[in-house]
Design a protein around this ligand. Structure first.
Ligand code: ZN
Length: 576
């Protein structure tokens, strides 16, 4: 419909491809020399689309031999269609359709005056499109090839009726306001710079949030028997050859070499480093399970086009752990991993409705015996069930080395994000020759569990910002209370109050700028600070604070000591 409308309005335009994507569609055009299309042109294009919709044009399918179709598009000057047909005939990849077999017939769809090359299927007629809206325009290379001509890509969406469209547009507006890239800047948490593409620069406030999450991982891991380790960033290529990364993952790694020409790779995952560390000790069965945790810094060579704020970065830190367990311990350890995950998510107020647990089972290409897979899948199932969790099955979605449970989070805008994972791995112990000494004094293979709960801290913070709209839980807020002296003569009292707050473990900042109190309150609200504490004559004299709570509003005057004791307790208990 979009291509038909654009052809109506811009004679001489060349049309290329226009697939459906999540929540909509796009079409790539080469406009005639000197023609630039912007979103100011959308109303006219939409009006032309609506004409076709109103005409209730039937979509007629026609299967023709490629030569006939080619001649037709050649005559129309539609070079991109000609190229697509040539590739289809040669059996080459076409757009999102991975065609590998040469075709001897292609399908054309015609509605009204317009015919396009399309695999289909289509709806019966144009009238079925109830509501349509163009959303944005961007440059895009033909087939992503930067040596080819840059095309104009127009994005849009369509629904069966206007009500559905409006609900979607509303959600889109909310998403814009909650975009973590926007919030991160407004709240002064982190920045991105061309000085280090794809890597965040964390400000003191952002680092505070980041470190609080790392502290949480440590505080929850300690009583659960996790021991923290530190492993290197840069490893000899021989290690990546053993792990299989050199063959399968090298394109995604940052590589370098030492002065004596030794190839090295920055770690994209912590696992091999932990195996290497495990191997340095002769373990007895009495010492297992061994649970290595590491807030490990990782680097992955993501394409610049794939980078997206904190959600997809090149430099990030995972709440990673590897557990080395005996077969007998597998069930208990997995159950404990799931309990750990649930306890973590509970702290952020994520409910069972927010988190989806998915058990991914054996893929077609896999290592290990069927008995091993039967057992491992069964154990994962039991771990979920004994924690009383509902779960979905991802048939064939497991890793080649073992089945796994993934934790998916659905945010307030109904988008799904993968947080953590728990994976059983029988293969790593073989590859790295990991052993422990059993009760029989013989060497045995441990089983490895890979485990991350928040996933990457970067991504988790991005998700939290979007989910909460920047209203982080009290315990996580970089500044938990701002003290606002009304006049300069209240500054000393404000500082004394702040010192008192700090003693109770409250992160506090005194806003002693020469601004009006109204302005200070407004700025504190914009910064989404949980508590604003106003200090005037009366408060300075009585040792009280006038409390404005972010969510509850004006709480009136409270004795400072009593208020901070309560607040300190709520923070220490990570209450929400
Ligand atoms: Zn791992």
């Amino acid at each position: 419909m979009l291509a038909a409308a654009v052809l109506d309005l811009y004679p001489g335009v060349k049309i290329s491809i226009g697939p459906a994507i999540e929540d909509g569609f796009y079409y790539d055009f080469e406009f005639p020399e000197g023609v630039t299309v912007t979103d100011a042109d959308f109303p006219a294009i939409e009006a032309a689309m609506k004409k076709h919709i109103k005409a209730a044009e039937t979509f007629e399918r026609e299967d023709v031999d490629p030569a006939t179709a080619r001649a037709r598009f050649l005559a129309e000057g539609q070079d991109y269609k000609v190229e697509l047909i040539d590739d289809l005939v040669a059996g080459q990849v076409h757009g999102d359709a991975k065609t590998t077999e040469a075709v001897d017939s292609v399908s054309l769809y015609t509605n009204g005056p317009f015919t396009d090359l399309c695999r289909g299927p289509h709806m019966p007629n144009t009238k079925r499109i109830g509501a349509v809206k163009l959303l944005s325009v961007a440059g895009a290379y033909w087939r992503g090839d930067a040596t080819r001509k840059q095309l104009t890509r127009i994005y849009g969406t369509a629904f069966f009726d206007k009500k559905e469209l409006n609900a979607y547009l509303e959600l889109l507006e909310q998403a814009k306001a909650r975009d973590h890239r926007k919030l991160g800047k407004e709240l002064g948490l982190y920045y991105f710079s061309e000085a280090a593409p794809g890597s965040a620069f964390w400000t003191p406030a952002g680092t505070r949030v980041f470190n609080e999450l790392v502290r949480l991982s440590r505080e929850m891991g300690d009583p659960r028997g996790y021991t923290e380790v530190k492993t290197p960033q840069l490893y000899d290529a021989s290690l990546w050859k053993i792990s299989g990364h050199w063959d399968k993952y090298r394109d995604d790694m940052f590589l370098t070499e030492t002065g004596d020409d030794r190839p090295m790779g920055f770690k994209p995952m912590n696992c091999p480093g932990h195996y290497e560390l495990y191997r340095q000790t002769k373990w007895s069965y009495k010492e297992l399970p061994v649970r290595f945790s590491e807030p490990g810094l990782l680097h992955r060579n993501e394409l610049s086009g794939a980078l997206h704020g904190l959600m997809r970065v090149r430099h990030f830190c995972q709440d990673d752990a590897h557990l080395f367990v005996t077969e007998d311990q597998l069930q208990d350890e997995l159950t404990a991993c799931i309990e750990f995950a649930k306890a973590t998510y509970d702290l952020f107020g994520f409910t069972d409705a927010d988190i989806k647990y998915e058990l991914s089972t054996r893929p077609e290409n896999r290592l290990g015996t069927d008995e091993q897979w039967d057992l491992a899948e069964d154990i994962l199932r039991q771990a979920l069930e004994s924690n009383g969790l509902e779960y979905e099955i991802g048939e064939g979605g497991g890793a080649f080395y073992g089945p796994k449970i993934d934790f998916h989070f659905t945010d307030s805008l109904k988008r799904s994000w993968q947080l953590g994972t728990v994976q059983i791995d029988y293969q790593a112990p073989e590859r790295f020759d990991l052993t422990y000494t059993g009760a029989d004094n013989a060497d045995h293979r441990p089983i490895v569990l890979h485990r991350a709960l928040m996933g990457s801290y970067e991504r988790f913070i991005g998700i939290l910002l979007e989910h909460t709209g920047g209203d982080l839980p009290l315990w996580l807020a970089p500044v938990q209370a701002r003290v606002l002296p009304i006049a300069d003569r209240h500054n000393d009292a404000a500082r004394a109050i702040a010192a008192q707050a700090a003693e109770h473990g409250v992160r506090v900042w005194v806003d002693d700028r020469t601004e009006s109190t109204g302005r200070k309150i407004r700025d504190g609200e914009l910064a989404k600070v949980p508590y604003l504490l106003v200090i005037g004559d009366r408060e300075a004299e009585e040792g009280t604070v006038a409390v404005r709570a972010r969510h509850e509003g004006d709480l009136g005057s409270r004795p400072a000591a009593e208020f901070f004791a309560e607040l300190g307790q709520a923070i220490a208990g990570r209450e929400r």
